[in-house]
Design a protein around this ligand. Structure first.
Ligand code: TRP
Ligand code: ZN
Length: 469
């Protein structure tokens, strides 16, 4: 590592993302060790954008050993002498930038790479990282497990919000989406499933390589790898969209009926939310001891056991809300979960069950859940501003955020709200957006004399239960 001579402004704040000149005189900044997220300040990095990840992984469940080669294609957003990647655990063996061996340094989850000769703003560059080790299971501030989760017959890699840094180096923040090629080599007899479409499957010398291709941009928290013995089914919807499901044999019987409804749920979702944004769909149903939740991994959500139809509706709705239009920061989680939860309400309404209004009313009356503590939790904090990193998946981010959307529906009318459901993900397809973008957009759909500010103040940002309207 060269020493960095800081040429810095007087602001203490600037120290974190500061300009500098290397001792050999190359100009350029150090990128920065975080993307500025209010809840996960070290997640992601500054100074560049990744456009593509090519991951070449090999895993042996017996000794939990992962070897990886990550080839990132990126563009410098400023002149850079060095930049950071996020990687938690694992041993880094070598790093190259544009084919030249690069010095690197590790500190916690930050892998700092010195760019030989520096990088010029706007330049495309490639970073190759060779690494190996036993990937870590990460415990989140809320106690949930993510990262690399060993299972009885393989492993499951999940990344919300920061678990993907356990299995590959990258810019692990949703603000930087990229396309992916993920190749996974496993002992013959096991299957490796990932995002996108299966482009190749080759067996040689007792090992099988599964190559998965994601051509649509993906936030890194939505990347997944599932390794194990699965019953695989490959079908298609009536529109010809490929459906790939992989189910742990212990869960096949319980999963069969609901997974058969994937095409029907997708058709309903497309009618409600607009064209499906990706090139394939499906599901992974596995059994990972530590896993207590489902995740909307891109193309094919992961379930910790046979899902209910309602949970399937929720995770498939995320393909529009969260996966196609992704949050700019983890403060915008309510947009993901509010829409996915509202999708459940709409599904129930369209199936002839409770109307969305009845669901709203039951939540408001604290009678929705059998356990009073759950009803109380709905009001524990404002969904637009969770108090801490441990709260980004808290109940208000789901239920009360859906109530925000229902209040909007009331203010806009059903017709404009239907437009919002389709055009919000349509306008930000394969991109990112934050709460301010959403508030501005929603206001643009309102009648000229209809100010939505009271909804934001009371329902999105207000403490406690909003008063009766
Ligand atoms: N975001 C996931 C979903 O809605 C659920 C989830 C992921 C979750 N990580 C979590 C819930 C941690 C609670 C805690 O499908
Ligand atoms: Zn969700």
């Amino acid at each position: 590592m060269p020493r960095f001579a800081l040429v810095v402004p007087h602001l203490a704040l600037a120290l974190t993302l500061t300009a500098c000149v290397t001792t050999d005189g190359e100009p350029g900044a150090r990128g920065g060790a975080g993307a500025g997220d209010p809840y996960f300040p070290k997640a992601g990095n500054g100074g560049y954008d990744v456009t593509h990840y090519a991951l070449d992984l090999a895993y042996t469940p017996d000794d939990r050993h992962l070897t990886g080669r990550a080839l990132l294609t990126a563009r410098a957003a400023e002149d850079l002498s060095a930049f950071n990647l996020d990687l938690k655990g694992m041993t880094v063996e070598a790093v190259e930038v544009d084919g030249k061996t690069a010095d690197f340094e590790r500190s916690g989850q930050e892998l700092t790479v010195v760019a030989p000769g520096g990088l010029t703003k706007g330049a495309d560059f490639r970073v190759a990282v060779r690494y190996a080790g036993e990937p870590q299971t990460i415990t989140d501030p809320d106690g949930s497990k993510e990262g690399w989760l060993p299972t009885g017959d393989g492993a499951l890699a999940l990344g919300q919000p920061v678990g993907s840094m356990a299995w590959y180096p990258g810019n692990h923040h949703p603000s930087d989406k990229a396309t992916y090629d993920i190749a996974v080599t496993v002992p013959q007899g096991l299957t490796a499933v990932s995002n996108g479409e299966l482009a190749a499957e080759r067996t040689a010398e007792g090992r099988t390589t599964f190559t998965w291709r994601t051509a649509e941009p993906m936030a890194s928290y939505l990347s997944t790898v599932a390794i194990g013995r699965y019953e695989v089914s490959r079908t298609a919807t009536r529109d010809g969209l490929p459906v790939y499901t992989a189910v742990d044999p212990a869960e096949t019987r319980a999963s069969r009926a609901v997974l058969a409804r994937v095409p029907e749920v997708l058709e309903w979702s497309q009618n409600r939310f607009g064209p499906y944004p990706f090139s394939s769909t499906g599901a992974v149903v596995d059994r990972a001891g530590a896993l207590g939740y489902a995740l909307e991994t891109q193309n094919r959500p992961v379930f910790p056991g046979a899902p209910t139809t309602r949970l399937l509706v929720h995770e498939l709705a995320h393909q529009w809300y969260g996966n196609s239009v992704s949050p700019k920061t983890w403060r915008d989680m309510w947009l993901n979960e509010g829409f996915a939860t509202y999708a459940e309400w709409l599904w129930e309404e369209d199936q002839g069950g409770l109307t969305a209004q009845q669901t709203f009313d039951a939540l408001y009356a604290d009678t929705y859940y059998p356990d009073p503590a759950d009803n109380k939790a709905v009001w524990s904090f404002p969904p637009g501003n969770p108090p801490g990193a441990a709260d980004i998946s808290g109940r208000p981010v789901y239920d009360r955020a859906a109530m925000v959307l229902h209040k909007l529906r009331g203010a806009l009318g059903d017709k404009a709200f239907d437009t919002l459901l389709r055009d919000w993900p349509g306008a930000h397809r394969h991109a990112t957006a934050d709460t301010e973008d959403f508030m501005r957009y929603a206001q643009s759909l309102a009648a000229p004399d209809r100010n939505l500010a009271p909804i934001w103040e009371d329902w999105l940002y207000g403490e406690g239960k909003p008063g009766k309207p």
